[in-house]
Design a binder for this molecule. Structure first.
Ligand SMILES: C[S@@+](CC[C@H](N)C(=O)[O-])C[C@H]1O[C@@H](n2cnc3c(N)ncnc32)[C@H](O)[C@@H]1O
Length: 203
């Protein structure tokens, strides 16, 4: 009934599930194929309606997810993150490899720098560099800044003085990238939270 590839995949997943691996099956066909050839002790999380999952994985901001993100109260332990939380805050949205913020944090010890970056791998690397450099005015968070900026930044004890957005999308000509990060909800959050005479730097 199933192709050789599907059978092999089913066997691999079956083995993985017995080795404490969390497996998420997406789509009706995948659920049917894998469950059909697994033994009853295999554990899977199954999502038969795949379209919403693909939208999420593609990075689209679905209204429901954005609303959840927006209202989710991020608990950032600011006192653990920065040595002096009364210092003004500079937020770089889509901080990428973090090099810009590293340079800024070295030159401006009197400010705190926060990078918001969706790519978790980049954030992990940046945080390792922060720890090895012993910087206490620089931090990175892995998040979709478009929907979480307000929730994260509104709990900062000091003032938000500067926000930068640099090269937000790698290929502006692709329809799916256009305005992906810079949306009304982000612009409104920045405008609401920025201190009087605060600045936005965008290229
Ligand atoms: C072209 S790179 C620019 C990186 C950096 N600002 C620079 O100028 O070198 C765009 C970055 O924005 C990140 N990004 C895109 N949308 C984002 C979002 N909604 N929230 C957080 N980061 C996002 C991407 O993961 C990528 O690292």
């Amino acid at each position: 009934e199933f192709s050789v590839g599907a059978t092999q995949l089913g066997q691999i997943l079956n083995k993985a599930s017995h080795n404490s691996c969390d497996i998420i099956l997406v789509g009706g066909a995948a659920c049917k194929a894998v469950k059909g050839m697994s033994d009853s002790s295999s554990q899977y999380t199954a999502s038969e309606n795949e379209s919403i999952v693909w939208e999420f994985l593609k990075g689209r901001i679905l209204p429901g997810i954005a609303a959840l993100d927006k209202s989710y109260p991020y608990q950032i332990p600011w006192d653990d993150v920065f040595s002096d939380t009364t210092q003004p805050l500079f937020v770089d949205i889509g901080s990428g490899n973090g090099l810009f913020l590293f340079q800024m944090a070295r030159n401006w010890e009197g400010l705190n720098f926060l990078g918001l970056e969706m790519n978790e791998k980049l954030v992990v690397r940046c945080l390792q560099d922060v720890a090895s450099a012993g910087k206490r005015n620089l931090y990175f968070l892995s998040t979709n800044a478009t929907s979480t900026f307000r929730s994260i930044v509104s709990s900062y004890p000091g003032q938000l003085t500067l926000v930068s957005i640099q090269c937000p999308n790698p290929d502006f000509n692709k329809e799916q990238n256009r305005w992906r990060m810079v949306r009304r909800m982000l612009v409104e959050a920045v405008a609401d939270l920025l201190q009087v005479n605060g600045k936005v730097y965008s290229v």
